[in-house]
Design a protein around this ligand. Structure first.
Ligand code: OAD
Length: 252
């Protein structure tokens, strides 16, 4: 942790990449692992355009069920610290794979939601993006008010392309970062991991926070094997202490 604290205290361009693990302590299940969402269903059965074409009501109801869990969840200490980091660093970006919007609720505004947002829907025909609450919910799945075609979750499913503008913003931030923190992701999805590798290859100092080892763990300079809700407050507490001791040395 010591080296990570020194690096974070002197960093100016910071990028945080998060995955489902950061919301685990808020009670939102992760995707993989024994308590993961894919434990009972295979991802290909639900989170694909093919699955939605075959059985839109099933996919929609699965998202309704997930929304009911997320609606009860609150941002945890991990989310709170990432929001505090955004306030502290003038050059900051949060890139999240999570669709639960808990980062936004914690106060992050400089964020890229790479995989979309579970509270947003998109018309399968005219592609208009709306907030779920702005769509009449009488049918399952609901239909678009403008063109009458069914709407789908505004989420990047398996086999679908990423939003190229968001990807470019994420790539630029990663390439320029002098420190990257990767929190709560298994690394199973290739594009977000490539983004983190881009930062490391471009010379950024890497910190990973995860109670379990991943492929990233051996690539970063500091692997903190702990839950996000414990490790992030501790990392930040020590970083602020380091910064204030530097300031007091300077003013003496
Ligand atoms: P995963 O479920 O694959 O991985 C969750 C990770 O969080 C694991 O490495 C856990 O060890 C770790 N973890 C668990 N509890 C934690 C805690 N309290 N603090 C920190 N880490 C913890 O989730 P993702 O890597 O986010 O895509 O999955 C990537 C994508 O796969 C998701 O965005 C989703 C899925 O397909 C879409 O829905 C489009």
């Amino acid at each position: 942790m010591e080296q990570a604290v020194v690096q974070l205290a002197s960093a100016t361009k910071v990028v945080v990449l998060t995955g489902a693990g950061v919301s685990a302590e808020s009670g939102v299940p992760t995707f993989r692992g024994k308590d993961g969402l894919w434990h009972n269903y295979r991802a290909e059965e639900l989170a694909t355009p093919q699955a939605f074409r075959k059985n839109p009501a099933l996919v929609w109801e699965w998202y309704d069920w997930r929304r009911s869990i997320i609606a009860k969840a609150k941002p945890n200490q991990g989310h709170v610290i990432i929001a505090a980091m955004e306030k502290h660093f003038p050059n900051f970006l949060l890139i999240t794979q999570n669709v639960d919007a808990l980062h936004e609720r914690a106060g992050n505004r400089k964020l890229v939601e790479l995989h979309g947002n579970i509270w947003k829907v998109r018309c399968t025909n005219c592609r208009q993006i709306s907030h779920l609450l702005d769509v009449p919910l009488t049918l399952v799945p609901p239909v678009c008010e403008t063109c009458g075609q069914i709407v789908r979750p505004h989420i990047v499913w398996f086999g679908e392309n990423y939003d190229q503008d968001l990807l470019r913003i994420a790539q630029e931030a990663m390439a320029a970062a002098d420190l990257v923190i990767v929190v709560g992701t298994s690394g199973a999805v290739w594009v977000p991991m490539q983004l983190a590798y881009l930062a490391l290859q471009s010379g950024a100092y890497g910190i990973e926070i995860n109670p379990n080892m991943t492929e990233m763990s051996s690539k970063v300079q500091t692997f903190i094997q702990a839950e996000a809700g414990k490790a992030l407050p501790e990392l930040w507490r020590q970083t602020l202490a380091q910064l204030s001791s530097k300031t007091s040395l300077r003013t003496r």
